[in-house]
Design a protein around this ligand. Structure first.
Ligand code: K7E
Ligand code: CUA
Length: 618
């Protein structure tokens, strides 16, 4: 990396400012103000491209998963600015998530999740801006509504699924989001079998989560029992390969113990190709054996349901090209990425061009189905696509991104990443119509490219300009740990609401007038209907008895955007945030006698500080 002196930086800034004045926010030409040579011009050009002036809006949303923070993070691109945090599997006091009755119930007994792969809902293979799905390793999947950027449903833990990593990839019309078990276990859960019987008694499970096309409501659609491999990632077929979903797997050795050694013996592992339309039909017919309360389909008894495609050692990502013709599998212990030709795969299926089977599931002949082994570089993980037939593959070992052409299989460019790239995400780069323009490398480490914050260094994401033949690194920005995968969607596809309209609030305990607020008692059950509006919480005090079960139902009757009110109740661990037009409840035991102040936690007006009251427990 070049180091730049202060003078150079000043010259660069002067260049940006001069150009900004001359050209407004147009795409940069050669920066006229920069005089200090090519490096400065490149920096200034990159800065111009990513700079979003105060008040201007980014062109894209970036939704990045937060790993075991259990959250989703929202960034703007190309600025890389962190706009918002969506709590999903973890309580988040800032929005009161995990404190009110509904979100507490959704989280259940778990106060953490390990979220890896966000999946935007699709219509005809393109993002439609409705929902965002996200997996949790604890066998769960969540749906975020992009109308209000809130988590609306958490399904699971789903029976039989252990370590839901190969998730949440959606089918082209959001018929299903999928789940795949990273850890095989004896099923149903709760069965204890010694690990020595791993190869025969432990099972992997693939699940199709059915999504209601109108409401987004998720339910279990079908479940398939699989050999005890570790199912890692997935992607749905599209266009010509629509109807199929692909899962990578490793440890096809069925090994135990030190997997880093024992699970890397074979030259090839598998990508499982699942005919999800057939799975749907079988499930509709009631096919399968009930295990853990779910009908589980055995592919050995249903030929045509699942095939194995051999793929280079320990594959991580599997990604289907925008036209659906190629399935790209990356063996992370190889120097090549493999392109399978879907037409050849189908021919091999028809001709029974098999080399054997795994627990009754046919293994297709590698030579018959692969089109190319593309020499992308060391440790290929994931592939994304551009609009022009180019593919972009992340290289973990090389710490780089390779750009290559589908069909000619020619590697045309490489750009280094700061350190250890995992996933990458291109603008709409896993849809039928990628945008190109931008690509984000999600790096596992950053190694000193930032102000130091101690031993744990932040993960760094890097924005790469892919609008031209040569890729150009444009920006370092710091995504909250740990962004495994992300989705980039054109901002104008998302249409969020400004407030919750009063007429849509059907909450039985909602009150819209301060005169309807107050306390009702039914035995030792007390309900307090509360109204919040600038700058009073009504009632301003109420009395209950020690041991009462108290439900506070708080309605924010504002219809002005961003007029949030909160309710913090001291000593009771209660922290509620209510958006304009929303009603939330919180139920608790009045265990402690005394006087407990409550107050609005969200700044709302000049008299926000006056928005307070008292709960008296006698
Ligand atoms: Cu490469 Cu979970 Cu997709 Cu991270 S993932 S390690
Ligand atoms: Cu309401 Cu502060």
């Amino acid at each position: 990396m070049k180091t730049r002196g202060k003078g150079t930086i000043l010259a660069t800034v002067a260049g940006i400012v001069a150009l900004g004045l001359l050209a407004g926010r147009c795409a940069p030409s050669a920066p006229k103000g920069a005089k200090k040579g090519a490096a400065v011009s490149d920096t200034a050009a990159a800065a111009m491209k990513v700079y979003v002036a105060p008040g201007d809006l980014d062109e894209y949303y970036l939704f990045a998963s937060g790993g075991h923070s259990g959250q989703m993070y929202v960034y703007g691109l190309p600025s890389g600015r962190h706009i918002s945090t969506i709590p999903v599997f973890t309580p988040y006091p800032a929005t009161g998530y995990g404190f009110d009755d509904d979100s507490k119930k959704m989280l259940g007994d778990l106060t953490w999740g390990d979220a890896h792969h966000p999946g935007l809902s699709e219509t005809n293979g393109d993002y439609d801006g409705r929902w965002l799905f996200i997996n949790d390793m604890n066998g769960r999947i969540a749906r975020i509504d992009l109308r209000d950027f809130k988590t609306k449903q958490i399904l699971g833990p789903v029976p039989n699924v252990s370590g839901n990593h190969a998730s949440s990839f959606v089918t082209p019309n959001t018929e299903y989001a999928v789940m795949g078990s990273r850890f095989s276990i004896p099923i149903p859960k709760g069965t204890a079998v010694e690990v020595g019987k791993y190869a025969t008694d432990y099972k992997g499970v693939l699940t199709g989560i059915k999504i209601d096309p109108n409401t987004g409501e998720m339910s279990i659609g079908w479940q398939i029992v699989m050999p005890p491999f570790d199912y890692d990632l997935g992607d749905a077929g599209k266009l010509v390969s629509n109807g199929w979903v692909f899962f990578t797997s490793y440890n096809t050795e069925r090994a135990i113990g030190k997997l880093e050694v024992t699970a890397s013996q074979r030259d090839r592992d598998y990508i499982a190709a699942v005919d999800w339309k057939m799975a749907e039909q079988l499930a509709a017919k009631g096919e399968g054996t009930v295990i853990g309360g779910v009908k589980v389909i055995d592919p050995a008894k249903n030929p045509g349901l699942v095939y194995f495609m051999p793929c280079g050692k320990s594959p991580h990502g599997v990604d289907v090209s925008p036209d659906g013709k190629y399935v790209i599998g990356s063996g992370k212990l190889q120097g090549v990425t493999t392109a399978f030709n879907w037409e050849k795969v189908q021919t091999a299926m028809r001709n029974k061009d098999f080399t054997g089977d795994e627990d009754g599931i046919p293994v297709l002949k590698y030579e018959s189905i692969k089109d190319a082994e593309v020499p992308v570089g060391l440790g290929p993980l994931h592939t994304q696509f551009g609009p022009d037939g180019y593919a972009y593959t992340s290289l973990f070992v090389d710490s780089a991104i390779a750009k290559w052409k589908l069909g000619t299989w020619e590697v045309v460019d490489k750009v280094p990443m700061s350190y250890s790239i995992g996933h990458l995400s291109a603008a709409e780069g896993d849809t039928v119509s990628p945008d190109g323009k931008w690509l984000v490398g999600l790096n596992k480490l950053s190694h000193g490219r930032h102000l130091s914050v101690g031993p744990s260094q932040p993960e760094s994401s890097q924005l790469v300009d892919i609008s031209e033949e040569k890729m150009k690194l444009a920006l370092d920005f710091f995504t909250e740990p740990e962004p495994h995968y992300a989705q980039i969607v054109k901002a104008d596809k998302i249409k969020p609401i400004e407030v919750y309209p009063k007429e849509e609030n059907k909450h039985p305990l909602a009150v819209w007038d301060v005169k309807d607020a107050g306390l009702t008692r039914n035995g030792n059950k007390v309900t307090v209907k509360m109204v919040e509006v600038r700058s009073t919480i009504t009632p301003t005090d109420f009395e209950v008895k020690e041991g009462d079960e108290v439900t506070l139902a708080i309605t924010n009757i504002e219809q002005t955007t961003d007029e949030l009110h909160g309710l913090g109740l001291l000593d009771y661990n209660i922290n509620i945030v209510v958006d304009p037009g929303e009603t939330k409840t919180v139920t608790f035991k009045a265990k402690k006698k005394g006087v407990y102040p409550y107050y609005c936690t969200n700044f709302c007006s000049a008299l926000h500080q006056e928005m307070q009251g008292y709960m008296i427990v006698r």
